[in-house]
Design a protein. Structure first.
Length: 303
């Protein structure tokens, strides 16, 4: 239990459920009477701990969201957490999408859902989230948040990847610097992924053709979309141009909101401005739960 105020405490618990013989794990923070449920999907080379960094409750999405009335289930994506070692059952995107849907249903069994589910993803976790939101089973979602994702890589990341292709032993530090730039955006004991790192399943390194498929899937997303790129993002092209390019993909969404997070690097949920970022997106989740319509300035079907 962690105290967030004189009369408020939030508990984060780890839970493991069975999904057709494969264990699926998650961190769960429950609100007493949730307005809605947020399903959070972490990025690459980490786990659900990304959304509840050990020793930094102020940075925790789970604790902040539960304190504001949302239950949060941060799922370990296929091949991470308890499902590591079961990759043979999750080789295809379709298998991983099915696994994620089944894991969420199992984790929500016996829990109040409020008015529905909202997907919140970071970096590599955005692929699975877009697949879920564009699937017929995602039609009833309240909306989704994508952070640390884009269509065009930042020049620094492009250079690092080119160097990696020439010599895989040299470029990893450059990729790491791009992921964790700038150091001052993170607490010292968080920078570099301390406390939340994990081995990645083999499929994470094989995304050939994803950008073309992403364009097709994004156009089929029928729910409100919130997009976040960090001020200091160096993996994807950032700034207003990067956000506009990404937003242009979601032609079927009724509402698309773009957000540039000031002071943040790529890993927005564990940086010094994580609380500000979480509160910003939680306001969007609340609006989705209330059925708020798009403003004239927000891209959507009626825009």
């Amino acid at each position: 239990m962690t105290s967030l105020g004189p009369e408020l405490t939030v508990a984060v618990r780890r839970q493991v459920v069975d999904v057709r013989g494969v264990p699926a794990s998650a961190l769960v923070a429950e609100a007493a009477r949730p307005q809605a449920v947020i399903v959070a999907l972490h990025g690459g080379a980490t786990t659900s701990a990304y959304f509840d960094h050990p020793g930094h409750p102020r940075l925790s999405l789970l604790r902040t969201a539960a304190a504001t009335g949302f239950t949060v289930i941060a799922v370990d994506r296929p091949g991470y957490g308890s499902s590591a070692g079961h990759e043979e059952r999750m080789r295809t995107p379709e298998q991983r999408t099915d696994f994620a849907f089944a894991a969420v249903e199992a984790l929500l069994e016996g829990r109040e859902r409020g008015v529905g589910l909202f997907l919140w993803a970071h970096s590599a976790g955005c692929e699975l989230t877009v697949r879920m939101a564009s699937d017929p089973r995602g039609a009833e979602l309240l909306g989704m948040e994508l952070a640390g994702m884009g269509r065009v890589h930042h020049p620094r990341a492009v250079r690092a990847m080119e160097e990696w292709r020439r010599d895989p032993t040299r470029a990893r530090p450059d990729l790491r610097r791009a992921l964790w730039h700038p150091p001052h955006a993170y607490p010292p004991d968080v920078h570099g992924g301390r406390g939340i790192g994990s081995a990645s399943p083999a499929y994470e390194g094989h995304r050939e053709g994803w950008q073309e498929e992403f364009a097709q899937l994004a156009a089929r997303v029928p729910v409100p979309v919130h997009l976040t790129l960090a001020e200091h993002e160096q993996v994807w092209a950032n700034g207003p141009e990067g956000l506009a390019d990404l937003a242009s993909m979601f032609t079927g969404a009724p509402r698309v909101v773009r957000h540039e997070q000031a002071g943040a690097g790529h890993n927005t949920s564990v940086g010094r401005t994580a609380l500000a970022y979480h509160l910003s997106v939680l306001s969007f989740v609340e609006e989705c739960a209330l059925g708020v319509q798009a403003l004239p300035t927000e891209k959507g079907r009626s825009g």
